[in-house]
Design a protein around this ligand. Structure first.
Ligand code: SF4
Length: 249
C-alpha cells in the first residue's frame, strides 16, 4: 500500500463519521441497559450473564464495520488484500491484551463451560502478572486462549484482538523473536477497526462512569482470572468498588 493510501485511511468519509456516531450511541445505550439489567437481577449468575451480553452485542461492531469498509469503500478491496492476517498466524497473540471489565466478564462466562481453557488461563495468570507489554512479548509467552495457532474464543475475542491487523507478517514475527521488541517501530496496521474499537471503549467508559462503576482498561488474563477465582469480584464492582485497580493497563 502506497504512502498516500496509508495516510488516507486516517481520514474518515461522511459514511464512516455517521457509522462512528451510531457506534457511540449503540455502545453507550447497550452498556447502560446491561448495567441496569445486571443490578436488577436477583442471582449473581444472572448478573454476570447480563454484563457478558454487552460485549456480545458491541464487540461484533468492529467486525461488522470492517467488513462493510472492505465491501463498500473504494479502497476497501485493496486494503483487505494487503492485510497479512490469516488463520494460523499468531505472532501477535503473545502480548498483554487490554480489555474493559465487561469484556473480561464475557470471556470469564465463556470459560465457565471450557475447563481446559479455564485451567490454561489460571495457570498463565501468575506467570504473566506484572509483566510490561514488551516483557511479555520478548518472553514469547502465548495467550492462554491460543490453540493450534488459532484463537479458541474467536466469537468472544476482545475488541483489541479484533481491531489488530498487520500489513506484513514478517514485522510481527520480528517483534516476537528479536528479543527487544521495544526498540522496534510499532507494526503498521489498518486504522479503521482500531478507530471503531476506540469509539466503543470511549462510549463504554462514559456509560460505566455514569453508572458509578470503575471504568478502567484492564489486562485480560489478570482480570478474567480474578473474576473466575473471586465470586464476589463482580458483585463488588457493581457496588462501585475499585476491584480491578491492580490490573489497570
Ligand atoms: S484472545 Fe484470542 S485473538 Fe486475542 S490474544 Fe488471545 S488467542 Fe489471540
Amino acid at each position: 500500500m502506497g504512502e498516500a493510501k496509508r495516510r488516507k485511511q486516517f481520514e474518515h468519509s461522511d459514511v464512516q463519521k455517521a457509522q462512528l456516531e451510531r457506534v457511540l450511541e449503540v455502545a453507550y445505550r447497550t452498556t447502560r441497559a446491561g448495567m441496569s439489567a445486571a443490578r436488577a437481577a436477583t442471582a449473581p449468575a444472572e448478573r454476570r450473564r447480563e454484563l457478558a451480553e454487552v460485549h456480545r452485542q458491541t464487540g461484533g461492531l468492529v467486525d461488522e464495520l470492517t467488513q462493510q469498509y472492505f465491501a463498500t469503500d473504494p479502497n476497501g478491496q485493496q486494503t483487505n488484500e494487503s492485510l497479512a492476517c490469516r488463520r494460523g498466524c499468531s505472532f501477535c497473540c503473545h502480548v498483554n491484551v487490554q480489555v474493559t471489565v465487561l469484556e473480561a466478564v464475557a470471556i470469564a462466562e465463556h470459560l465457565q463451560d471450557a475447563a481446559d481453557l479455564k485451567r490454561s488461563l489460571l495457570t498463565a495468570a501468575p506467570v504473566t502478572a506484572g509483566l510490561r507489554p514488551a516483557q511479555r512479548l520478548d518472553r514469547r509467552i502465548p495467550c492462554p486462549l491460543l490453540r493450534d495457532g488459532a484463537c479458541s474464543i474467536y466469537a468472544q475475542r476482545p475488541r483489541a484482538c479484533r481491531a489488530h491487523t498487520s500489513f506484513n507478517a514478517d514485522w510481527c514475527e520480528e517483534a516476537l523473536t528479536c528479543g527487544d521488541s521495544a526498540a522496534l517501530p510499532p507494526v503498521t496496521s489498518f486504522a479503521w477497526p482500531r478507530t471503531v474499537s476506540k469509539a466503543i471503549t470511549h462510549a463504554t467508559t462514559m456509560a460505566l462512569e455514569h453508572e458509578q462503576a470503575q471504568a478502567i482498561p484492564v489486562e485480560m488474563t489478570q482480570a478474567v482470572a480474578l473474576i473466575l477465582q473471586d465470586a464476589t469480584a463482580i458483585e463488588r464492582w457493581l457496588g462501585g468498588e475499585a476491584v480491578f485497580a491492580p490490573y489497570r493497563t
